[in-house]
Design a protein around this ligand. Sequence first.
Ligand code: GCU
Length: 457
Amino acid sequence: MRRSPVPVAVALLLTGHLSAVSRAADPPKPPVKMTAQEDHKRMLELLKIKEIRRGADGNPKSANAANLDESKANPYPDLPDPLVMKDGTKVTAALWAKRRAEIIEDFDREVYGRVPKNTPKVKWEVTATEKQTVGDVPVVAKKLVGHVDNSAYPLVTVDIQLTLTTPADAKGPVPVIMEFGFNFGGKGPAPKAGGPPSWQQQVLAKGWGYAIITPTSVQADNGAGLTTGIIGLCNRGQPRAVDDWGALRAWAWGASRALDHFETDPAVDAKRVGIEGLSRYGKAAIVTMAYDERFAIGFIGSSGAGGAKLHRRDYGEKVENVAGTGEYHWMAGNYIKYAGPLTAKDLPVDAHELVALCAPRPVLISVGSLQVEGGWIDARGMFMAGVAAEPVYKLLGKKGLGTSEFPAQETALTDGEIAFRQHAGGHTTGPNWPTFLKFADRYLKEPAAPKPPTADK
Ligand code: GCU
């Protein structure tokens, strides 16, 4: 005898499946709203820590003023050795790729956070193409928007803002220097009449192009924004886990997506793309270089704490500052641990290994004058990271800084693939552009040679 069919809803109800079905059809929950303070506190709870030590104060008159006494700047002088594997094996050139992966795992987990395995696709749209002149060079200026696929969580929209400017009369694909821009604008600042040429003009004078990406269009520059932007989109509006990526990795991810696009643009030689940034975007620039080996060269401006400066230094800004409510969003939540109860010496990696991840590719570490820019950035702490990265460059057949002696201001060290220059100005990369472009010329002048065919496959 045939049983009378039970209506599906009733059957589901009977078997307890209805709630699951209706849950799946529920509209997605809006992004969690929290202030940076609230999210920071939540992170401390996840990490099971009560409080962190307070950071140094930028005001020299403060009782808690940042240390500017070099004799007290190295409380933890021993750095992790980039050339020893976790199991104690000495790293040879053949082992470097394995060691590199170990170092990346430590940076991912403890410092910058992990990029999710499946980040959404980005569809680039050219929203404007204009013929312009920059200085006296005719250019093609494109405005682009990178639409991030948000079909998995439509409540967060991410549209990456990018401009690309290339010489109009280029004979073929050109090298491009991309900047993490503080402002979105296709044309860049108008050069002052009679003043020195802008960085964009200097780049164009070489026959190269330039690009400006707006980092905050990828991820907001504050803790409250962590449930939106690309990080929030990937977490469907929920707050971060302790090893989720922070803004620096998110900004670097955006730069990598821009490079994906350049690979499809016949005006650009994507094998000759450099990345530049200042300050928090100097940090983003070195993180970009370190992680994405397609970038050919890096110009790392006054990146300081969380950038090229050794975390183990106590000079100017320190770990405790970066771990605080105003800056922790740059990093993985786990990084906060090193501001209490742990200290910088407990970090499994340090900034010299971030520089080493750039090897064998060239990087210029740039900083301003101690008198004008001040000590917050810690020029020497970044120089020391460059010095300690040298063994890795040498292992790969390249040259490092070639000295451990801090150079006089305006003395460029550019003989090797790790370069350094302290200019006489303030918090800017400005005065170091001519040095960078001369340095970059060595690497970007000729198109990259095609890879020799590999026999073993
Ligand atoms: C603050 C911060 C630095 C950062 C800088 C900037 O000074 O402490 O780490 O580099 O802002 O981005 O301008």
